[in-house]
Design a protein around this ligand. Structure first.
Ligand code: CUA
Length: 309
């Protein structure tokens, strides 16, 4: 699956195509006007002192021209906006996303078990189908923005907003928080992983499973360290310790591409570094450093989390 750089110039969904079209038309019109004005300025400087038809230029260039052009662009963009996707959860796959300082809680409804499947920072969707992202915030205003797929929508505490998006082809689309939300606003990324419907269903079924069992002495030790460090006060690992909701659900953390909201790629080294000293990596993050942890225990805990695919 191809990972994409975050780009507004490579639309991969219907609304993103329309928005990109808007941007190019506005950019083109702006460029033509700029070139025209600059050309007139050159002419004016080269022929100083010559009488000009002042009234014509002031009324024509200062009033008539902008009114006509801006009205035309407004009419065109309004007409074009009609094609934007209707914002509704009707017939769409509904996914709930909650903004937190500074990560994204992602919840699915599992149609088989009827229970919620919780994950973080990585939003899997099927291609070719409208997905309605229900948005709210646990703390301050954030903004959900995956430029390759759709426009932005703010997440507002105490209110539910929503955004419909669709990916036409498989891929990994990076997005980020687009509303300043505190010191780690810049490290609040998310990835939308679009895959063919069957692959998505398989992913969802796997996510519904409880955590992978600890199968080696090292992993058993890692799980014991998780509990001894009281990580479950904030994190849930389904089948091991449930209820912690202040931090990301870790049931399948090892299967996610990134940790700390797009900050580091997931592997045993980054997991260990993050657990030992999150405040050096992401100062101000709500995650405290593990206390009094020896090297062997840290390694076992990181190995255990990496194992939770
Ligand atoms: Cu969340 Cu900026």
């Amino acid at each position: 699956m191809s990972a994409q750089i975050q780009s507004i110039l490579h639309p991969a969904g219907p609304d993103a195509h329309i928005i990109t079209h808007f941007a190019w038309v506005m950019f083109g019109a702006g460029t033509l006007i700029l070139i025209g004005v600059m050309a007139l300025a050159v002419v004016a400087f080269r022929r100083p002192g010559r009488p000009v038809r002042t009234r014509l230029w002031i009324f024509g260039g200062g009033i008539v021209f902008p009114v006509v052009l801006l009205t035309a662009l407004l009419a065109w963009s309004t007409w074009r906006s009609v094609d934007l996707t209707v914002q509704t959860s009707n017939k769409a796959l509904a996914i709930s996303v909650t903004g937190n300082m500074w990560w994204w809680k992602v919840r699915y409804y599992d149609p088989i078990s009827g229970r919620e499947i919780v994950t973080a920072n990585e939003i899997h969707i099927p291609t070719g189908r409208n997905v309605y992202i229900g948005l709210n915030s646990a703390d301050v205003i954030h903004s959900f923005w995956v430029p390759a797929l759709a426009g932005k929508r703010d997440l507002i505490p105490g209110r539910v907003t929503g955004l419909t998006l669709r990916a036409d082809k498989p891929g990994v689309y990076r997005g980020q928080c687009a509303e300043y939300c505190g010191e780690q606003h810049a490290l609040m990324a998310m990835h939308v992983v679009a895959s063919p419907p069957a692959e998505f269903e398989a992913w969802l079924a796997h996510q519904a499973q409880p955590a992978a069992p600890a199968t080696t002495p090292m992993l058993v030790r890692g799980r014991a360290v998780f509990l001894a460090q009281r990580c479950q006060a904030c994190h849930t690992i389904r089948g091991v310790a449930e209820g912690g909701e202040l931090g990301p659900d870790l049931t399948h953390v090892g299967g996610r591409m990134w940790i700390a909201a797009g900050t580091l790629p997931t592997h045993i080294g980054t997991l260990g570094g993050w657990i030992a000293d999150p405040q050096s990596i992401k100062p101000g993050a709500r995650m405290p450093a593990a206390g009094n942890i020896d090297g062997e225990s840290l390694r076992a805990l990181a190995a255990y989390l990496e194992h939770l695919k």
